[in-house]
Ligand binder design. Structure first.
Ligand SMILES: NC(=O)C1=CN([C@@H]2O[C@H](COP(=O)(O)OP(=O)(O)OC[C@H]3O[C@@H](n4cnc5c(N)ncnc54)[C@H](O)[C@@H]3O)[C@@H](O)[C@H]2O)C=CC1
Ligand SMILES: O=CCc1c[nH]c2ccccc12
Length: 300
């Protein structure tokens, strides 16, 4: 995918991964606003996803655990957008202890695709030991070698989990998808990724506005939103993009999705503003997702 074919306009650009593939730096997530809450096929999820593709989103972030791969596949098919213009991610669940290769085959079948652009291990706690994690990574390497996942990576990995798989990996992870926002900056984890040439995709970028409202970042985002004549959400997303990371967001509101694609390319935070948000964010700590799992993971 070239950097100007990702959407109707030239936004988002792409980031080159360590395997040479390119990922659009802004993606639409199927894991929160429109994940399925009922058993069985959910037409609403198909319609919302079709709407996002119609608005111009080309990077689609799915997962086995969201239970909506079939709906994502249906939306892709109905969109009429050529496959090579889409960037599709899915993630191995693992908790049910299904062998990874079996889980991957099933995901592809549900999606109705013959390859995904990115396949991730959804979380480190789906393995019981470092050896188990290393074995799962070997499975992903085999999937990449088969050409059915263009890139492979991980999600919710801390430094020790990355170190464990790097010890035995033939192919390093291309990306780690983590919760990242001003209230969860993970100490030196970003530096570790840079040193090892592993990209970061950030989920929950708007947590300060959604699940952790009332914190010290509110005033800064609000001030900058006025300065750039954009919304606070767009300041939060730009903060991720302006640090060279991939941002994943979502909404069931078409206007909001349209505004993101229209306004995000129109401004950039200064280095001082990026640093100021980071500094102010450090005054509060908040993890929105997987809290219990992070607490239970005795290898963290
Ligand atoms: N790998 C993992 O473990 C996880 C991955 N994800 C992925 O990341 C995607 C995005 O994650 P989110 O946390 O949903 O992203 P996010 O932090 O961007 O939040 C999106 C939500 O914020 C709402 N919002 C936007 N502006 C707002 C405002 N001004 N006031 C109040 N609400 C506002 C939107 O309507 C939407 O519901 C997911 O759909 C999923 O694909 C999410 C969680 C965990
Ligand atoms: O992937 C992130 C967290 C999440 C979002 N939706 C679901 C559904 C089921 C398990 C986890 C999640």
């Amino acid at each position: 995918m070239s950097s100007n074919s990702a959407s109707k306009g030239s936004f988002p650009p792409t980031l080159k991964l360590n395997d040479g593939n390119e990922i659009p730096v802004f993606g639409y997530g199927l894991g929160t606003a429109n994940y399925k809450t009922t058993e069985g096929y959910d037409k609403t999820v198909v319609d919302l996803t079709k709407m996002a593709i119609d608005v111009g989103y080309r990077h689609l972030d799915g997962a086995e655990v969201y239970g909506n791969e079939e709906e994502l596949g249906e939306a892709i098919k109905a969109s009429g957008i050529p496959r090579d213009q889409l960037f599709v991610t899915t993630k191995a669940h693992g908790e049910k202890q299904k062998p990874t290769l079996e889980a991957f085959d099933l995901s592809l079948k549900k999606l109705g695709l013959d390859y995904v652009d990115l396949y991730l291990i959804h979380a480190p706690w789906f393995a019981n030991s470092d050896e188990d994690l290393q074995a799962k990574w070997t499975d992903l390497e085999a999937i990449k070698a088969s050409g059915r996942a263009k890139s492979i990576g991980v999600s919710n990995f801390l430094q020790e989990h990355l170190e464990a798989i790097l010890k035995t990996a033939k192919i390093p992870p291309a990306i780690n998808q983590i919760e990242y926002h001003p209230y969860l900056q993970h100490g030196d984890l970003v530096k570790f990724h840079k040193k090892n040439n592993i990209a970061i995709a950030c989920y929950g970028p708007l947590v300060p506005l959604t699940r952790a409202k009332g914190g010290p970042v509110d005033a800064v985002w609000s001030e900058l939103a006025k300065k750039y004549d954009v919304s606070e959400s767009e300041i939060g997303l730009r903060w991720i993009l302006d640090q060279g990371m991939v941002a994943l967001s979502t909404s069931s509101n078409r206007g909001r999705l349209e505004n993101y694609l229209a306004r995000l390319p129109g401004f950039k935070l200064t280095d001082e503003e990026v640093a100021r948000i980071a500094e102010v964010g450090k005054q509060k700590h908040f993890r929105a997702f997987w809290r219990k799992k992070f607490d239970e993971d005795d290898r963290r």
